[in-house]
Design a binder for this molecule. Structure first.
Ligand SMILES: NC(=O)c1ccc[n+]([C@@H]2O[C@H](COP(=O)([O-])OP(=O)(O)OC[C@H]3O[C@@H](n4cnc5c(N)ncnc54)[C@H](O)[C@@H]3O)[C@@H](O)[C@H]2O)c1
Length: 254
C-alpha cells in the first residue's frame, strides 16, 4: 500500500524538472497520475514510463482548458500547480511582455487551477492542492522581479484557499512549497543566461547550494498524503537554509 494509493493526482508542468519528479514520486506511492504540460512529446514519454499514469495537454494559461480537463476527470484528489516560467530581470528591465508571460503561467495558471480544482474537490468533500512557489516568494531578489511577484501572489492565493476551505468545511487543504535552487532544466537555463551576461555572478552561483528535485517531490508527496491532514495554509521551504542566510542573494561590492 503506497502513501497515496487510491488518489487521483493532476500535476502541471509534469514534462520536466520538479513536476516530473513529483509525478514520479506520486506514481511510485500508488497514485493515478495525470501529467499535464504544453510539452506534448516529453510529457507523453514520461507518462509512458510510469505505472498508472497518462498525459494530458494543458496550457495552464487557458481557463477553458482547465475546465475541460478537470471536467473530464471522474475525481481529483491532488492538484499540484507546478508549471512555471522564469526570466531574469530587475524591475528596471521588466517589460510588460516579461511581466505578462510570467504572470500568465504562474499567477493566472495557479488561479484557474485552484478555482476549478476547488469546485471538483468541494463536491467530493476532500482534496489537497499544492502550489509551487519559491524562496523568491519570501525573499524577492534584485533580478527576479516579475517571478518573485508572481510567486508571492501564489503564496497569498494558497493561504486564502486554505482559510476558505477550513471556514466553510470543504475538506480541502492548500499548501505552498518553496524550493531554493534545484537541479532542473529551468535552473540550467538561468545559469547559462547569467554566465553569458555576467561570468562573475555565474561563479557566485557555483558556490550556492543546489538541491535534487526528488527532495521537493518528497515534500509534495507528504502534503498530498493523508499524513499531512493537519497541514493547511502552510509554506514548506525546501532550501537547506539558503533563504535565511545570504546564500540565495548575490552581492557585488562595488
Ligand atoms: N528549479 C528551481 O530551482 C526552482 C526553484 C523554485 C521554484 N521552482 C518552480 O518549480 C516549478 C517547476 O520548475 P522547473 O525547475 O521544474 O522548470 P522546468 O522548466 O524544468 O519545467 C517547467 C515545466 O512547465 C511547463 N510549462 C511552461 N509553461 C506552461 C504552460 N503554459 N502550461 C503548462 N505547462 C507549462 C514546461 O513545458 C515545463 O515542462 C516552476 O513553477 C518553478 O518556478 C523551480
Amino acid at each position: 500500500m503506497g502513501r497515496v494509493s487510491g488518489k487521483v493526482a493532476l500535476v502541471t508542468g509534469a514534462a520536466s524538472g520538479l513536476g516530473l519528479a513529483i509525478a514520479q514520486r506520486l506514481a511510485e506511492e500508488g497514485a493515478e497520475v495525470v501529467l499535464a504540460d504544453v510539452a506534448r512529446e516529453s510529457g507523453e514519454m514520461a507518462a509512458q514510463g510510469l505505472a498508472n499514469a497518462s498525459f494530458a495537454y494543458l496550457d495552464v494559461t487557458s481557463e477553458s482548458a482547465w475546465q475541460a480537463l478537470i471536467g473530464s476527470m471522474d475525481r481529483l484528489d491532488v492538484l499540484v500547480n507546478c508549471a512555471g516560467v522564469v526570466e531574469l530581470a530587475s524591475i528596471e528591465h521588466t517589460t510588460e511582455d516579461i511581466w505578462r508571460k510570467i504572470n500568465a503561467v504562474g499567477t493566472d495558471g495557479t488561479f484557474y487551477g485552484c478555482k476549478h480544482a476547488l469546485a471538483s474537490m468541494k463536491a467530493q468533500g476532500s482534496g489537497s492542492i499544492i502550489n509551487m512557489c519559491s524562496t523568491a516568494s519570501i525573499q524577492g531578489g534584485p533580478n527576479i522581479f516579475a517571478y518573485a511577484a508572481s510567486k508571492s501572489a501564489i503564496r497569498g492565493m494558497t493561504k486564502s484557499v486554505a482559510c476558505l476551505s477550513t471556514q466553510e468545511g470543504y475538506g480541502i487543504r492548500c499548501n505552498s512549497v518553496h524550493p531554493g535552487n534545484m537541479q532542473t532544466p529551468m535552473l540550467s537555463r538561468m545559469y547559462d543566461t547569467v554566465l553569458e551576461h555576467d561570468p562573475e555572478a555565474a561563479a557566485d552561483m557555483d558556490k550556492l547550494w543546489v538541491g535534487d528535485p526528488v527532495d521537493v517531490a518528497n515534500m509534495v508527496l507528504f502534503l498530498a498524503s493523508d499524513e499531512a491532514r493537519s497541514v493547511n495554509g502552510a509554506e514548506m521551504v525546501v532550501d537547506n537554509t539558503t533563504s535565511i542566510t545570504e546564500g540565495a542573494v548575490l552581492r557585488h561590492d562595488k
